[in-house]
Design a protein around this ligand. Sequence first.
Ligand SMILES: [Zn+2]
Ligand SMILES: [Zn+2]
Length: 403
Amino acid sequence: MPSVDQQEREHFGQKVRLAIERIEGASEPVKDKAMPLDEHSIRQRLKTLSQDITSHHADLLELLVRFDDLQGWKTSGARHCVDWMNLEIGVGTQLGREYLRVERKLRTLPTLRALFRAGELSWSKVRLISRVADADTERTLCHAALDASVSGVKRLCAGYRWKEDINGSMSQRRADAAVLMAETSLQSAGRDIAIADRYQVIVSVDASELSAADTTVTAVVAGSDISTPSKRASVKGASPIARETARRLACDCSLPINTTANGEPVDIGRKSRIWPSAMARAIRERAQHCVWPGCTQSNHLHIHHLRHWADGGAASVLNGVSVCSAHHTLVHEGGYTIQRVEGNSQRLHEQFEQQQHTADISQFDVEKDLRNDKESFNAVRTLSPECYRFRVIDAQGQDIKAP
Ligand SMILES: [Zn+2]
Ligand SMILES: [Zn+2]
């Protein structure tokens, strides 16, 4: 690990701003930094702006602690630096205390501090990591946080026994949280049963209609060579429904479908499409939330078949993945696909390395150093297996997390 000396730290903010100017210069010929109007430019600007603000935020915190060390706030008659912040720079007392706590902690965590200054780890992530990191664990936590959402970092920090929070009041809070979680999961177990019941509507659908392979749906009339279109899927007593909707409903519910062929029922409420409750619990427990990148939903989860049962997919823990209802709809009706990432850890690392090399110029030495550390990556993958287990592909075949 390179030592991040004082001078290097001074230069980080500058380097970031230079890099941002280069990025913006390349994508935006307009020199007066006019507000962009189209979606792509706005997205780019939001990302660079957030990185820039984060970098400034790091400067703010560092200067506040220096100011506090010098007791610069005394001359104005304030009793404490927090009071001074409250009056002079519009920072509320609770946030002010948090600023000082985090920055003092950052003095012992050079990697976290460097990534904060470079705008690579946001304030929301930094404050979470600073609560649990120590000299031994900060690199792993930082590495994991680079590609995680804020809620992912929160789960990471809360989900493991990090050394720093074992001693002290956190353990009591952890015990309280465990009791609360147990109660909540008991309640949601009850709720899940209710959800399944709600989906026990009768859907009539032709067997061939449910299969993804068969897009030009035809059925051969018995005893003749004439092909006729298959019936559209419909909800009993209501209107026909889209084929993809039928597939979604059939993906996770207990007795959803009367499958027919040539108008004859062939399969009513086939047992294999039911997720046994222990299996459903195991799948939900594995991720504990919707696996869609960045989604925080942890209640009312559906179980999605990675390979639909109508295409021969089994109701197995390996073939199931927990998603919220909105993302379940997106998968079936929005053209997205959830894929299992290759389980082989060598392949996985190759994929990961490819990702590193496509990274842009905003990557700094500390980040590069972390990303190229294979052992660190393996530790990260052990801590947050769900982040690397699945990927979501959009209708154009692109990984939605690709840069
Ligand atoms: Zn599904
Ligand atoms: Zn979701």
